[in-house]
Design a protein around this ligand. Structure first.
Ligand code: ATP
Length: 413
């Protein structure tokens, strides 16, 4: 089964909303034996949308649309699907009653514009939307399927899980696609490519290499009639990757660097505090997204480089001697914040992310990371490409990576 995804909305074309829906859907289809061959964005324009649907129906067994199911004039997905397959929309009394009930239960008046959301065509069944008003459509015609889902991600996810995925699983033609991602750090994309060059070149298994903010990812895809067979196909390439890149691999699949660190902290039962200068508290924010880390991540300080001496342990004298972006400043931050919070481990990051602070003796993109523990303090220096956002994200990625490696090597009694 092959598929095309169409995300609908002029706001997507204007860059006002980032299309996360198609990526979310695309990540879920391979496991159901569906190969995504195209992702397209179309504005709220009936002619363009009909054309996109007709082209997709010529090429793909399955067409997924997201967005454009709302009540307003510019929500045109229903009309476009009906036109593309030459059917007429009529109002379904049951859908209308359920929409009216939705508004009544919330003490709201239903606008007459919402009536169109109760529209249906003969080849469609309505997919209930328990998170919003817009029902989806599951359309089957001439061997093709169109699944139209709402735009708001929370509605889309819920409708996918309750309505669309089970239907696709039932229709699965016995082909299983297996995907595995190896996440590396410390090597350039071209170096990784060169190191695994001998594993490239086949469609099944297929190896792709991607640069991400937290390193270089290797993604292996295999396709077979059973999961076991797909795993067998995956094995040699997986072993090949591990034998060459093991020291650089920090995680697989959905694993995130912060999860690796928080798991190690909880495993060892040790606590952490952080201090950041110049990177705006990204490390603290990353470490505090998962409440499971709360008992181990005690907190963090984030300062601008001009105010780095507000971090406990950092003195104006030290900064005038070595500079705010220096190995001395990073280690003083790590040690100072460790004492201040009373944590077992302290991390200090100081970096130069923009040219407005140039003239302090280092290049934009220079970052020092320090890890302090009762057994000693380590510092590393990094030079990232001079782009603010990239520097911030890379700084956090290397800090988490080094912290993970440090925690793995700790000999806790
Ligand atoms: P609604 O009933 O809310 O109008 P809808 O199906 O008509 O639902 P849209 O109006 O197209 O959806 O989009 C509603 C909101 O959903 C957008 O403002 C945006 O925040 C989000 N959204 C839409 N499409 C996408 C997308 N492809 N990726 C991420 N978010 C999206």
């Amino acid at each position: 089964v092959n598929a095309g995804i169409i995300s609908v909305g002029t706001e997507l074309l204007m860059g006002e909303t980032v299309d996360t829906n198609s990526g979310w859907l695309a990540a879920r289809l391979p496991a159901l034996g569906v190969r995504v061959e195209s992702i397209m964005t179309v504005g709220d324009n009936l002619v363009g949308l009909v054309e996109a649907l007709q082209t997709a129906l010529c090429r793909f067994d399955l067409v997924l649309t997201t967005g454009g199911l709302g009540p307003t004039e510019d929500d045109l997905t229903r009309e476009a699907v009906a036109t593309a397959i030459d059917e007429q929309i009529s109002i379904d009394p049951k859908l209308l009653a359920s929409l009216e009930g939705w508004f009544r239960r919330r003490g709201m008046r239903m606008s007459k514009h919402n009536i169109k959301q109760a529209g249906i065509i003969p080849s469609a069944v309505a997919l209930p939307n328990l998170k919003g008003t817009a029902p989806g459509w599951w359309v089957e015609k001439k061997g093709r399927v169109i699944a139209s889902l709402p735009g708001p991600p929370v509605e889309l996810c819920h409708m996918w899980e309750c309505e669309v995925e089970p239907r696709l699983r039932e229709r699965s033609d016995g082909v299983v696609l297996l995907a595995r991602t190896f996440k590396t750090i410390g090597l350039a994309e071209s170096t990784v490519d060169e190191m695994v060059a001998h594993l490239h070149g086949t469609d099944n298994p297929y190896l792709g290499i991607y640069a991400k903010s937290d390193g270089i990812y290797l993604r292996v895809l295999t396709q077979a009639s059973t999961r076991m067979a797909a795993m067998e196909l995956m094995r040699p390439i997986e072993e090949g990757i591990l034998s060459i890149l093991r020291p650089y691999i920090w995680g697989v699949d959905d694993e995130r660097l912060e999860d690796v660190v928080l798991n190690l902290l909880s495993e060892w039962g040790i606590t952490l505090a952080t201090a950041e200068s110049g990177i705006g508290g990204v490390l603290a924010s990353t470490l505090s997204t998962d409440p499971a880390g709360d008992p181990y991540y005690l907190g963090g300080l984030a300062v601008r480089p001009e105010e780095i001496d507000h971090v406990p342990g950092v003195t104006p004298h030290m900064i005038s001697m070595f500079g705010a972006v220096s190995s001395e400043a990073a280690s003083a931050m790590a040690e100072g914040v460790r004492k201040w919070f009373g944590s077992d481990v302290g991390v200090g990051i100081t970096g130069l992310v923009g040219s407005e602070q140039e003239g302090i003796g280092v290049e934009v993109g220079t970052v020092y990371v320090s890890i302090a523990h009762v057994s000693g303090t380590l510092v590393s220096k990094h030079d990232f490409p001079p782009r603010r956002e990239l520097i911030r994200r890379r700084a956090v990625a290397v800090a988490l990576l080094e912290l993970g490696q440090y925690l793995k090597g700790l000999s806790i009694p």
